[in-house]
Design a protein around this ligand. Sequence first.
Ligand code: AMP
Length: 453
Amino acid sequence: MSFSSLGLSAPILQALTERAYTAPTPIQSAAIPAILRGGDVWASAQTGSGKTAAFVLPIIERLVADGPRGRGRYVRALILAPTRELAAQIAGEIQDYSQHLSQDAALKVLVAVGGVSINPQMMALGGGADIIVATPGRLLDLIDHNAVSLSYVATLVLDEADRLFSLGFADELARIIALLPARRQNLLFSATFPPAVWKLAENLLVDPTRIEMPAASEADAPDIEQRAFEVDVPMRTQLLRNLIELNGWSRVLVFVATKYATEHVAEKLTRAGIPAASLHGEQSQGARTQALSDFKASRVRVLIATDVASRGIDIASLPVVVNYDLPRSPDDYTHRIGRTGRAGESGVAVSFISAETDAHFRLIEKRNRLSIVREQLPGLEPVETIVPAPVQTGGIKGKRKSKKDKLREAAGLPPTTPAPKAAKADDATTRPGTSEPTEYFSWSPRTPPPRRY
Ligand code: AMP
């Protein structure tokens, strides 16, 4: 199949040719015609399989076909993403794919994300926009400032939809949906749609085309070699250093559970002569953007990140992802390792397993139908054993240090803290060693929830 047979017009085809895309990926072949027809689409496809172009290309095509936008603070297409970096990435793709549109057809594309001053975004919204790519919180701020109206949104995209359905975004998403017109096209995309969100998706969508692109064959699956190393918790940075040096990995994305760990591990690696940067949701947006661009441009060899980098981010030629701390859920595992092995490239995903997290990793394997051989690096073989949970003999919970925290203290690690009720929007947090499912919110389809003032 060719892109031209999908109904895309010459300026878009020219941009695709310049990117040397010879043929659409399976998700693009399936989704582009369905979106062009105007109906709702619910699409799941593997990480790195070309989902962004699958919704961006037909949206551009339809907006151009519909003619220029009217005046006012209106927006015609709204794309929501869970992180600022992903929103910026999607907007960059739209600009690239629409660069050859004629001047009359040119689209106004804006990014609306938090962490930066709202004033330039408000100014840019003068006269509305064709497409806004936004994180939910900043979009609502702009609405509250009367800078934008959603009353004429014709197409809504939830990219990484299952994440946007999670409780961290619940209030914000409900408010946004309440402000949209009832008649609109809804597009949901993600690599994972856990059963907990099926009902939510069904409530949002009207008679959707359901597209599922699991690997039809081994050949279609992302080419990611998955490995697991057993190691004691205090030896993980040493193991990481040794693996980087032994394998000569040129670029490594390392996931950890906390902001503290991103900085701590990055500092240790840098001191050991391996340039590393940290990325987490409590940095300034300038620092976040800098860390990601330094990594993409190979100015640092290692990026130590929280799950803020686990969804959608496309880093060309990233050969290795490491789970220094295990992800919270089996789906998070899929998204994290999916930062490698993209667009037909191969990659390696390495997970560090300690006595404490062994059971959690087994659960991730089971849910993802994996069986990964355990390895040990000579010289760093683990000696820790699982410590049974202390028997509660009364006392007030939380007043005394737990045995686990005492062990962590002895290992020079910060104490574990109670899990937040829901991951904070725009910076997913993880709790290693747990298998708690993500919580999701609910609303009924066309009866919007009450607006909060
Ligand atoms: P995505 O899943 O949208 O993040 O895309 C993953 C990677 O595949 C990105 O680097 C895209 O630039 C690339 N890509 C998307 N569509 C195609 C295509 N039709 N042919 C080759 N590469 C593509």
